[in-house]
Design a protein around this ligand. Structure first.
Ligand code: NDP
Length: 435
């Protein structure tokens, strides 16, 4: 705490991991002897930089850029870039720290990192976004590379932004190094299923949790928060698996659509027109959809909750209400969306709780598959890639359960994910010497 004052989200993320790995440290004194915990909590490198750019009125704007290269014991640093006004070092460090264990859980050779900026893309023109991305990459390019650090998207960074970032990297370095960034468009080295991967993966993970309890998505009422990349493709896959998604949200409120969210319309409004969710509700008013401004979507009763917007969106009170409303399972599509007291409420009530490290790992896993395809100059079909994703999610689910079992915490996916993710990284760090 003393070393990292004011980094509240980072403290929260570290505490959550440390609380679950006590039993591992008891079994493996070598971790404590070589100070693995102290080492793992300190990023290998933190880069903070100025991002100057010019807006459409010709006015100079200054933002702050970050890249935290947290841990490269398992492979090159890997993790997304977030563009959101709330971004500061504590947010990037929490995301980078979580990313270490998530990436380890996938079983693929990727280390952990994260980056971003306090730039607010909302209301900015396409040209402003491009100029910002170009300026951001003009500094970032010297720190990244296929074998060093491979960024991707996150909040506020989708296919369009990744395109501008990659374009500037290529221009500065004169290298068509496809593996330097993932989430690329299909026409310039992107991989099938990467756009859908986090949402699809989260739906697959929850499907496994439900199956482990002898049930399925079939006919279940599902609420998904957010209406961005993760939310949209969670809704798509949940629907294909038989669930009925009745509500989703954005930062201004939520929409309830009892007949089920109209996915084509949602994609049109969010991905093509780049409008707010209230515009979706207005277009669906004839079908009974209602927009509720300024409130949390977690007041809507459901059997499955899939938070897919941002950190700390489900409070303890929300969790109590969800449990009373018959919630059976929670799958975190977002990173750390459930507050610690809310996790306890769910676990005490016997709700199947899939933490983000496990449930949303499908995005980064598919990014690693994109890197594989870039390295071999290959491109796989949609069906093959989706099959790989489904196998990876099933494997993560099963390992979480078996690890939790092995350490006497049957059914506790949080403990299973933290322990399994931690052990692999810790063992690699031991093997690599004092790094
Ligand atoms: P997007 O930018 O595509 O969408 C974010 C959505 O969340 C928007 O609907 C946004 O609403 C809402 N949102 C963002 N911040 C807030 C806030 N402070 N309060 C309320 N709503 C908010 O991002 P993604 O879908 O990519 O990311 C969503 C979450 O999933 C994040 O936690 C991210 O870290 C996590 N994640 C993403 C992965 C990916 O592959 N993209 C991989 C793994 C995790 P509005 O438009 O009003 O801001």
């Amino acid at each position: 705490l003393r070393r990292n004052p004011g980094e509240i989200e980072f403290h929260q993320a570290v505490r959550e991991v440390l609380e679950s790995i006590g039993p591992v440290l008891g079994k493996h004194p070598e971790y404590a002897e070589s100070k693995i915990i102290e080492r793992i909590c300190e990023p290998e490198r933190q880069i903070i930089f100025r991002v100057p750019w010019e807006d459409d009125q010709g006015e100079v704007q200054i933002n702050r850029g970050f890249r935290v290269e947290f841990n490269s014991a398992l492979g090159p640093y890997k993790g997304g870039l977030r563009f959101h006004p709330s971004v500061y070092l504590g947010i990037i460090k929490f995301l980078g720290f979580e990313q270490i264990f998530k990436n380890s859980l996938t079983g693929l050779p990727i280390g952990g990192g994260k980056g971003g900026s306090d730039f607010d893309p909302k209301g900015r023109s396409q040209r402003e976004i491009m100029r910002f991305c170009q300026s951001f990459m003009t500094e970032l390019y010297r720190h990244i590379g296929e074998y060093t650090d491979v960024p991707a998207g996150d909040i506020g960074v989708g296919g369009r932004e990744v395109g501008y970032l990659f374009g500037q990297y290529k221009r500065i370095t004169n290298r068509y190094e496809s593996g330097v960034i993932t989430g690329k468009g299909l026409s310039f080295g992107g991989a099938q299923v990467r756009t859908e991967a986090t949402g699809y993966g989260c739906a697959f993970f929850v499907e496994e949790m439900l199956k482990a309890r002898g049930t399925s998505f079939d006919g279940k009422r599902v609420v998904v928060s957010g209406s961005g990349n993760v939310a949209i493709y969670t809704i798509e896959k949940v629907r294909q698996l038989g669930g009925l998604v009745i509500a989703c949200s954005d930062s201004s409120g939520y929409v309830v659509d009892e007949k089920g969210i109209d996915l084509d319309l949602l994609k049109q409004v969010k991905e093509v027109e780049r409008q707010r969710l209230s515009a979706y509700a207005a277009k669906r008013a004839g079908e009974g959809a209602v927009f509720v401004p300024g409130r949390s979507v977690w007041e809507v009763d459901c059997e499955v909750a899939m938070p897919s917007a941002t950190q700390n969106e489900i409070t303890g009170k929300d969790a109590e209400r969800l449990v009373r409303g018959g919630c059976l399972a929670v799958g975190e599509g977002a990173n750390m969306p459930t507050m610690p007291e809310a996790i306890r409420v769910f676990q005490d009530a016997g709700v199947a709780f899939g933490p983000g490290k496990a449930a949303n790992a499908g995005g980064v896993a598919t990014s690693a598959l994109e890197m594989q395809q870039n390295a071999s100059r290959d491109s796989w079909t949609f069906e093959f890639s989706e099959r790989r994703l489904r196998e990876i999610m099933r494997d993560i689910h099963d390992r979480c359960l078996s690890t939790a079992d092995e350490y006497g915490m049957a059914g506790n996916y949080v403990a299973g994910a933290n322990i399994d993710g931690f052990k692999r990284v810790a063992d690699a760090m031991l093997a690599l010497g004092l790094i």
